[in-house]
Design a protein around this ligand. Structure first.
Ligand code: SF4
Ligand code: SF4
Length: 430
């Protein structure tokens, strides 16, 4: 299946957003060939991935136009970098949330103008996207919610605050009683900040509605990803990753509907035995740093060996969609408590100490998805995930699960060497 990557002309809108048009055109020219080579050239894809092809083609066009129309009605758009920022609160306050994590090498050099080179590429690209004025999401947000998870981020936000309206959440490093108390008060403070921004009060009724909406998104992703547990893997890891990445940008209701359509097609594909992979292919799990749009490098390298990535234990994978919020309380306090608990108890980020919950999750998921081997992936200079790699390797050794640790950024220069290491690893899997 091949689709069109041609975007309509949005130069007028980008000009209004104060985009650096000349440099942005270079980015717009670079994405289609990258996407075609990695995505459209795949064999035996689900037909209904067409919608997600369109979202990528129009990621700086139609979706931004929708957000601008939304803003024109007096509404606000909020950007965030971390899955600890509760989307439910943003929706309850009548605004929309968009992901600002940047996964392109294109934005790394402008980021390096103000950040040390040995900062992770996700942070450099995020800051670079804003200061180069080449990301319409950064240009259209009314508020950016950052967090003090890792050192790179917490210092970068001070620099970004000189360029854009920033608000930083204080995320605890420890899941203790005092950590929980801090987190709850931070969730409350964010809700007050959002109320001030939008002029809309967060009530039990609009929060309940927002919880249902975001739960529906997570459940849709759970159902799709559950199909990757079976012998017939109906969708490539690259496509499943893309769907999760798009969850951070798309309109929630439309996204849920499109994921359900894709899931229905994948159910049929399983029944008919349709898969992009040959029998006997090795099932790979990816764990570690987030893989944000358009960072498809690792999945592409793995799947170009003919073996599927069947699950991602990361923030663009299971950590994002596995747990929902209990929206049963009728009072605001009960809903806020459940919201806060869902985030702190279930997201096991390497920024926390200790972080044994992640190790347990990796082992559990390896069994559920029946993986043959695990790639523990760290973005370059991501101290937290790189350091946690020792504990990941030790635990997997105890469990008898093979693991390969890789550290890389967004650049393409090391792809040949990485592919050789991945192939050698897969050859050792029984
Ligand atoms: S890895 Fe940690 S800091 Fe990064 S998005 Fe996930 S929870 Fe947030
Ligand atoms: S990938 Fe690592 S260094 Fe980069 S923002 Fe996330 S936690 Fe921080």
């Amino acid at each position: 299946m091949r689709g069109s990557m041609k975007m309509a002309d949005y130069h007028g809108m980008w000009k209004e957003l104060n985009i650096d048009l000349k440099t942005h055109d270079l980015l717009c020219d670079a994405l289609p060939p990258l996407y075609e080579g990695i995505y459209l050239d795949q064999g035996n894809r689900p037909e209904t991935m067409d919608y997600f092809n369109m979202v990528v083609a129009e990621v700086h066009g139609a979706r931004i136009k929708e957000l601008m129309d939304f803003k024109a009605k007096g509404n606000k758009v909020v950007g965030a970098f971390c899955i600890y920022v509760p989307e439910e609160l943003v929706l309850a306050a009548g605004s929309q949330l968009v992901g600002l994590c940047a996964g392109s090498e294109f934005w790394v050099p402008p980021g390096e103008k103000v950040l040390p080179r040995n900062t992770c590429p996700l942070v450099k690209a995020g800051v670079g996207a804003r200061i180069s004025r080449t990301c319409p999401y950064f240009q259209s947000v009314d508020l950016i919610v950052g967090e003090n998870t890792c050192d790179g981020k917490k210092k970068a936000w001070e620099i970004l605050a000189e360029e854009a309206p920033m608000y930083v959440m204080d995320i605890p490093n420890v899941k203790s009683r005092s950590g929980m108390a801090l987190w709850k008060s931070e969730v409350k403070s964010l809700s007050e900040k959002l109320e001030k921004l939008t002029g809309k009060t967060i009530t039990s009724s609009n929060l309940k509605e927002a919880i249902e909406k975001v739960n529906a998104k997570r459940i849709a992703l759970q159902k799709l990803n559950d199909l990757r547990k079976g012998d017939v893997v109906p969708i490539s890891g690259k496509d499943a990753l893309l769907v999760s990445e798009i969850a951070f940008y798309d309109d929630v209701d439309r996204f849920v509907e499109k994921v359900q359509v894709l899931t229905d097609e994948c159910v049929e594909r399983v029944q008919k035995g349709e898969t992009p992979f040959n029998p006997g292919a090795k099932r790979i799990m990816v764990t570690g740093s987030p893989l944000v749009l358009p960072n498809w490098k690792l999945h592409h390298l793995v799947e170009s060996t003919g073996n599927p990535v069947v699950v991602e234990e990361n923030c663009t994978g299971t950590r994002y969609y596995e747990q929902t919020v209990d929206g049963s309380p009728s009072d605001l306090g009960g809903l806020m408590d459940n919201l806060a608990s869902r985030y702190i108890e279930n997201i096991h980020c390497a920024c926390f100490t200790p972080n044994d919950g992640r190790l347990d999750d990796i082992v559990r998921l390896a069994k559920e998805y029946r993986v043959d081997g695990i790639i523990d992936y760290s973005l370059s200079f991501c101290t937290t995930y790189l350091t946690e790699g020792t504990k990941v390797r030790d635990r997997l050794k105890q469990e008898g699960i093979p693991v390969l640790s890789l550290e890389t950024g967004y650049e393409s220069g090391d792809e040949g060497q990485l592919k050789t290491r991945i192939e050698a690893f897969i050859e050792t899997l029984e």
